[in-house]
Write a protein that binds this ligand. Structure first.
Ligand code: ADP
Ligand code: 5GP
Length: 208
């Protein structure tokens, strides 16, 4: 067990905002982060590797794992299941890593309920036009899927006020550093340091 437990950090944002790009940037700059690899029932995109980008699986296996309580959270998104495997996340937090969960809003709210000290970050693009441009520019989804994801963005926007921070991914470098600062500051949140606070308060009553 590390001296200091890691911060469980949820990163959500409309598809195409740049969440994956930001995560990769954070991981390449700092060594305190680890990425939770989700399980999904969607098809792999060109270049995606099983076990690195996602654990790709079938509906049947996913549903079995839900029943067995293997996920911290899970949700349906545009016709597919997505979920965060539980054991890996808790192990890495105990080892002191700050664990990044790049997940959509329904899952984010489930994490907050189960882990109240989780940090919830929502990332937006600088404009809706830029979002569409990035989604199209990525070139990984067919036009009808892009349309569906833009529709989903409207739904997701309703939950932004449930998040702790809102970040704008205009300049990648600036946004990466802002995210890093927020996560590191979260280590000092009172909710994460209840044992320390309890010890200090107890001793306040014993000194004369
Ligand atoms: P998400 O994971 O949120 O769906 P991606 O990380 O796949 O989004 O990024 C979508 C596209 O936007 C990619 O082509 C990526 O290179 C580009 N992108 C990400 N961040 C920026 C940025 N700050 N400025 C310009 N383009 C960006
Ligand atoms: P994509 O298909 O573009 O990789 O992901 C679609 C959406 O699913 C994104 O908003 C992404 O953040 C979200 N997502 C990825 N993994 C998980 C997960 O484990 N749980 C939940 N709830 N959402 C996830």
């Amino acid at each position: 067990m590390a001296d200091r437990r890691g911060v469980i950090t949820v990163i959500s944002g409309f598809s195409g905002t740049g969440k994956g790009t930001l995560m990769r940037e954070l991981m390449s700059r700092y060594d305190n982060y680890t990425l939770s690899v989700s399980m999904t029932t969607r098809e792999p995109r060109a270049g995606e590797v099983d076990g690195r980008d996602y654990f790709f699986t079938t509906d049947e296996n996913f549903e079995k794992m839900v029943e067995e309580g293997k996920f911290i959270e899970h949700a349906g998104y545009c016709g597919h299941y997505y979920g965060t495997p539980r054991d890996f996340v808790y192990k890495r937090l105990d080892e002191g890593y700050d664990v990044l969960l790049e997940i959509e809003v329904q899952g984010a709210l489930q994490v907050k309920e189960k882990c109240p000290d989780a940090l919830l970050l929502f990332v937006t693009p600088p404009s809706a036009e830029e979002l569409k441009k990035r989604l199209e520019g990525r070139g990984t989804e067919a036009p009808d899927v892009i349309k569906e994801r833009l529709e989903r963005a409207k739904e997701e926007s309703k939950y932004i006020d449930r998040y702790d921070y809102l970040l704008i991914n205009d300049d990648l470098d600036r946004c990466t550093e802002e995210m890093h600062s927020i996560i590191q500051a979260a280590h000092a949140a009172p909710g994460r340091n209840t044992e320390l606070i309890k010890t200090i308060i107890d001793s306040l009553y014993t000194i004369h």
